[in-house]
Design a protein around this ligand. Structure first.
Ligand SMILES: Cc1ncc(C[n+]2csc(CCO)c2C)c(N)n1
Length: 196
């Protein structure tokens, strides 16, 4: 098996796509990726999505920053993606694992308040009691500063983007402490003209 550890951290990553519902979508996608500090993650963008890899704290920091900076344009923006940690094939981003644990985008975006809706689904891989691991997290989500609703195949979170990402981070973190390989899909929407 390849080495996915560096010090005490494991390589995490996220593959995500941003979809601004605007005729300015090219500008919003590219300027957002430009504006966000991605210096602490490995990053690759193509015509379908962007992939980032590094320490968990920085991966979540960058995904949240991309969504917030795009949403603050006021346009209806959607984002979907998959977080992953402990993937047996992941081993090349070790250089980014030396970074400190201070999230570099937090200060700049802490002032932005932005309501949003999110559906997420946890997939603890290779474990027989995966449903227990998932239910523990869904129950925990109830204590966080977000509205939690059960929907088919996912859990819905409504609230401020900062609180949604806090809930996503904690859910993913707690499962990955017990299960080596975990993935988590998410779908976010802000400024939608559709009422919930
Ligand atoms: C986060 C993110 N990364 C890449 C794309 C794919 N994409 C679609 S339009 C565009 C700009 C012009 O090439 C790009 C890069 C996306 N949608 N969201």
């Amino acid at each position: 098996m390849m080495n996915q550890y560096c010090g005490t951290s494991r390589i995490a990553g996220c593959q995500f796509s941003l979809h601004p519902m605007s005729d300015q979508f090219v500008n919003i996608i590219l300027s957002t990726l430009e504006e966000v500090d991605t210096s602490k993650v490995w990053m690759e963008t193509d015509d379908i999505s962007t992939c980032i890899r590094g320490k968990m704290v920085h991966v979540f920091d960058v995904v949240k920053a991309v969504f917030l900076h795009a949403a603050k344009t006021g346009e209806h923006v959607a984002m979907n993606g998959t977080f992953s940690i402990g993937c047996p094939g992941d081993s090349e981003a070790d250089v980014y694992m030396d970074e400190t644990d201070v999230p570099v985008n937090e200060e700049k975006m802490s002032e932005i308040s932005q309501p949003a809706g999110c559906k997420f689904a946890l997939y603890p891989m290779g474990t027989e009691d995966y449903m227990d691991k998932i239910y523990e997290q869904i129950n925990l989500s109830n204590d966080r500063n977000v509205d939690v609703t059960s929907v088919h195949y996912a859990t819905r979170l409504d609230g401020d983007v900062h609180d949604i990402f806090q809930a996503l981070y904690e859910s993913f973190d707690l499962v990955q402490q017990k299960v080596s390989h975990v993935t988590m899909t998410f779908s976010l929407s802000a400024n939608s003209p559709t009422n919930r």
